[in-house]
Ligand binder design. Sequence first.
Ligand SMILES: *Cc1c(COP(=O)(O)O)cnc(C)c1O
Length: 456
Amino acid sequence: MSESLPARAQYRPALTAALDAALAFLHGLPTRPAGVVDSGEVPAPPEGIGAEAALEHFRRHYEPRLSGSAGPRYFGFVTGGATPAALAGDWLASAYDQNVSNTIGSAAAALEQATTSAYARLFGLGEEFAGYFVSGATQSNTVALATARQWLYAQRGHDVAEQGLAGAPRLRVLGGAPHSSILKAAAILGIGRRHVEVLRCLPGRTAVDPDALAERLADGGERPTLVVASAGEVNTGDFDDIAALAALCRRHDAWLHVDGAFGLFAALDAAQAGRLAGLALADSVTVDLHKWLNVPYDSALVYTRHPSLQRQVFRASAAYLGDTPDPLHYTPENSRRFRALPAWFALAAYGRKGIGEVVRRNCALARRLGEGLAALPAIEVLDEVRLNIVCFALREGDAAARDRFLERLLADGRAFMTPTVYTGRPAVRAAIANWSTTEADIDLTLQAVRAALAAA
Ligand SMILES: *Cc1c(COP(=O)(O)O)cnc(C)c1O
């Protein structure tokens, strides 16, 4: 039997070697560079060398150049790692390899529904919200906006899923600081990026001014409108006043979508949960699980209180599929992986208490980082540290100086952060969402920042 042909007997050596590689990587995360400078391609491997040799080739040529993004000092974007239970669930999801497109012949879809319900309760969403697993918050926002579009047109006697957009009035999307994925969703759905209208925010904040929304809603005439609220704005972790926005949406027959990709986890911290007041009044809600829950990519949830409209958009009609409650009628995919299993494991293993503890710890660490940065004369912290994000700028210098600072930080390797622009100013943001980050990691990060500043 050739090594290069699959055989059942190869599972054990292949998976044992993969386990060894994974453990070496995971235990090395605290000391691995947070980001790498050299990320180029290497020549393709020879073919047909067998699973173990393929793994060896990969470990030689690529693994040393992978980032430590799953580790404790990667603060770019909003990035979580993977807890032990979540990773075990993820591996098993691949081993079980269930197609959760349907409910026939497997309990996998039942586990998914039980999991989306359990997370709804965790976030304070009632039973009127139906949830589905999708690959990320971008996809979740897209599904939510597609359902909103169906609802807005249905109110005007137009079934856009059946009839298409021709002849339908233009939609508009209103928000104070919508995430870029909202623009992407608008492009995908034929709403158009240009019809995402960014409204005035409260002074010094990235939360929308409810008066600005009230004015825009009042002067929109009959224009069908979708309002996107941020629950955790990506630059500073700011929150829109969801209850105020919900009241305005009710009055003007607008749909309210809440993008809580990471901020929905504020529900798990008693000191932060008030920021989500009014959440249950939303029409749809997005939350990422591969960020703050620390399950591996790719995992997010979309919730809506209008699943029948969601089904009108996403239903897959074919004689052999039937009229069933199958997930494939509610999401962009037909075939879907057993994505719920890592999230199910995370909740079963750690519970509300353990998941909430990570949230509270990360928020405390963000405050510690903010205080440490504010004590450096060269740095100005640009906003109050609200949740788990610190947004700061160099007191001197332009965007190029900021970029050189970030390049030195990347080369140093002890911490990773990403650039942004905050109220017109070139800035840096650090988001803390990894379960394993400690106070010692924050202190190491501050050392790395000081070194990157000194090298200027
Ligand atoms: C990260 C993020 C998204 C996009 O999420 P992906 O999982 O990368 O698709 C959308 N909205 C907000 C507020 C986010 O933080």
